[in-house]
Design a binder for this molecule. Structure first.
Ligand code: PDD
Length: 288
């Protein structure tokens, strides 16, 4: 079964799907994107992804390619056409195609592209019980990391540095020593029973999984504060973990080779992981 993609109005084989050379997403990273989990054929937290996409388009004055209801229909059609049950839906909206010129083109015709890639969520269960290593890397990104743009070069370089070091993720550290987030995840520590994560600000992406984990922590009555924490603080924390659409609560057991929580996943991360699997089961019926 060949994979299928959606490109500006048509569902076509992924292998032949393309955008014009002068698409502004290609030339300027003048585009935003979303990655949504598909579990049991159903979209997880879809309204939250739609809301974030809408906000990001608004922040950049990119016209919405279609109404939310139509976008939902196209997404569901593409998932069904690909005949996958566990997958990642990728949505990208660029400002469109125009003669290369930095300022916005006068015509407002955004380009909408979607792909669906099979993804094994169940692999995370074993990783959750083992934990992963991360390294720290200087945060070299721009000042609006709250907008989910495809301008990801600094993230790409940081994640490759982590991969080269045999680590799962790069934790991005600002000049003042604070950890903002991971290359493609939000970052968390547990300090004396309190969960700490960077507050929503232009320095981090407001993760959909981050919102879900905050909800789970509040529901479980675990104290939580949203404040910046330093790399030193993280090294001394009882627990650390990362979250994203593709990584629903993954314990971090090493930062730059330094063991966290005795080098073993902690109980609060385990509790939150369970809560997120329950959230997934409630919304989609999927259990790993
Ligand atoms: N990345 N921070 C960054 C920089 C991210 O790229 C992501 C997600 C997150 C977590 O956001 P969410 O919980 O909404 O997935 C935080 C996606 C998965 C990606 O680029 O592939």
């Amino acid at each position: 079964m060949p994979r299928l993609a959606y490109v500006d109005g048509q569902i076509i084989p992924l292998a032949s799907a393309s955008v014009p050379v002068e698409d502004r997403g290609l030339q300027f990273a003048d585009s935003v994107y979303e990655v949504c989990a598909v579990l049991n054929g159903r979209l997880l937290d879809w309204p939250l992804h739609l809301a974030r996409l809408g906000r990001n388009l608004g922040e950049l004055s990119i016209a919405a390619p279609m109404a939310d209801a139509a976008l939902s229909l196209v997404a569901k059609r593409l998932i069904a056409a690909n005949r996958v049950t566990e997958a990642l839906l990728y949505i990208q909206v660029s400002r469109g195609t125009a003669k290369r010129d930095h300022g916005f083109p006068s015509a407002r015709a955004p380009t909408l592209v979607m792909t669906v890639r099979p993804f094994d969520f169940a692999q995370r269960v074993a990783q959750q019980s083992k934990g992963v290593a991360v390294i720290s890397v200087a945060d070299q990104r721009w000042g609006r990391c709250d907008i989910k743009t495809t301008g990801l070069l600094a993230n790409v370089l940081a994640k490759q540095e982590a991969r080269d070091a045999g680590a799962f993720e790069a934790w991005l550290v600002r000049d003042d020593g604070t950890v903002t987030e991971g290359g493609s995840t939000n970052t968390w520590i547990v300090d004396a029973g309190t969960i700490v994560t960077h507050p929503q600000s232009p320095h981090i992406l407001p993760g959909v999984m981050r919102a879900a984990v905050i909800e789970a922590a509040v529901a479980a009555g675990i104290p939580l504060v949203e404040r910046p924490f330093s790399l030193d603080e993280a090294r001394g924390a009882n627990e650390a973990f990362i979250t994203s659409t593709t990584v629903p609560v993954l314990p971090v057991i090493r930062i730059d080779g330094h063991a966290i929580g005795g080098g073993k996943p902690g109980s609060i991360a385990a509790l939150l992981a369970k809560a997120i699997w329950n959230r997934i089961a409630t919304q989609t019926g999927y259990r790993p």
